[in-house]
Design a protein around this ligand. Structure first.
Ligand code: PLP
Length: 400
């Protein structure tokens, strides 16, 4: 067959993936690269019990087509939970998606024509860049400070460009672990109101704060219906269930529902009913508390190992929740080259280099490190190997 002529969007979508960067894993590979939750924390038995109950009690209904909005009892359960945090959404303002990832795609599809202007944090979530790429946007990167986006820079861009979406991960940002402060959340809403921009709040780590106070979501601070907020069961129950949620005001939500009809008709009813049953029969808050304790412990192990082994000239964030910290080295260090040529093939160790986490691919000297899946000994071993490789690289480049 002749090579089919692909749509122009594929030139962008094929550049965003990390697939060719991350080599095949050997048995002894330590991967700090993934954004995976710890499988030891999946409540496998309880989920299995819920599958059995749903199929036994409600099986024919759970196996039938329904609608794009999603299973009403689960939307009601979510609305009740979100109400406690003042989100002010009812079940009709919730759409159940195939993970937060589908929410990113649907919102981009809703708002972006080719060449439309989008604001992203620098660095940002690589999966958002992958989702947005299909709609061929023009990006403006806003540097992250220790308390969130640099709003002075943001204001400058808003003054001169017609922006369609401000995309942010306000809690334990992927990839840096940074949290946007309350003051910045409030100012961001004011700026979005002034310039009439939609904010896309991507918040899958919301319930994984293990230090400090939970801050109000952007959605709960919104008074004009301009925040679309994404949540997910992936990091707090199991990503294999592929269920997340999207919160938006009508009429945006209605249009998004039409797009979801076209994309996949609906999220899997069986898993929606299973999650609903799980929430009914289990103490979900107790489960969340266990997760927070576990990830805090892992973060502490990683911080301790970094403190012990990392050579001078490196800095890293100290996340208060979520899975990731952000490691930054000397300005001339190229984390991607180092990964490809030495750390992956020789040390059997992986991380995500910063290059792919900037819309501009412009920053080389940082990396995303996840502490979410390993025990203390493995974290210690991985960080010590990484640190030795970094120390060798730094002394080698000094010698040149
Ligand atoms: C910031 C962010 N948004 C969205 C997602 C996608 O999550 P889901 O499994 O809910 O699609 C992830 C997963 O890593 C993420 O880190």
């Amino acid at each position: 067959m002749d090579q089919p002529q692909l749509a122009t969007r594929t030139t962008l979508t094929s550049q965003t993936g990390l697939e060719d960067l991350i080599p095949d894993l050997t048995d002894d590979t330590i991967s700090f690269a993934g954004g995976l939750p710890d499988p030891a924390q999946f409540p496998k038995q309880a989920i299995s019990d819920s599958f059995q109950r749903v199929l036994a009690n409600n099986g024919l209904d759970a196996l039938q087509y329904h609608n794009a909005k999603g299973y009403l009892p689960l939307r009601e359960q979510l609305a009740e939970r979100l109400d406690q945090e003042n989100y002010q959404v009812n079940a009709d303002q919730i759409l159940l998606t195939q993970g937060a990832q589908q929410g990113l795609d649907l919102v981009a599809k809703l708002l972006l024509n080719k060449g439309d202007h989008v604001i992203v944090e620098a660095p940002t979530y690589v999966g958002a860049l992958a989702a947005f790429a299909a709609y061929e946007p023009h990006y403006h990167e806003i540097p992250l400070e220790s308390d969130g986006m640099d709003l002075v820079q943001l204001n400058k861009v808003l003054l001169t460009q017609k922006i369609k979406i401000i995309y942010t991960v306000p809690n334990f940002q992927n990839p840096t672990g940074i949290v946007m402060s309350l003051a910045k959340r409030q100012q961001l809403i004011e700026l979005a109101n002034r310039y009439n921009v939609i904010i896309l709040e991507d918040d899958p780590y919301h319930y994984l704060r293990f230090v400090g106070e939970t801050l109000p979501s952007l959605k709960s601070l919104d008074t004009q219906g301009r925040v679309i907020s994404l949540g997910s069961f992936s990091k707090i129950l199991a990503p294999g269930l592929r269920i997340g949620w999207l919160l938006a005001a009508e009429p945006l939500l209605k249009q998004i529902r039409y797009l979801k009809d076209g994309a996949d008709l609906e999220s899997p009813t069986l898993t929606q009913q299973v999650i609903s049953d799980y929430l009914l029969h289990n103490d979900f808050d107790a489960h969340l508390e266990v997760l927070r304790k576990d990830y805090l412990q892992k973060r502490n192990w990683m911080l301790a190992a970094l403190k012990q082994y990392l050579p001078a000239g490196f800095s890293y964030t100290q996340p208060e929740g979520g899975f990731f910290l952000w490691l930054t080295g000397p300005a001339d260090l190229n984390f991607e080259k180092l990964l490809r040529e030495q750390i992956a093939p020789q040390e059997h160790l992986l991380y995500v280099p910063s290059t792919h986490l900037y819309a501009s691919n412009s920053v080389l000297n940082s990396a995303r490190i996840s502490y979410a899946t390993y025990d203390q000994a493995t974290i210690d071993l991985g960080v010590s190997k990484l640190s030795q490789a970094l120390a060798r690289e730094v002394s080698h480049s000094r010698a040149q």
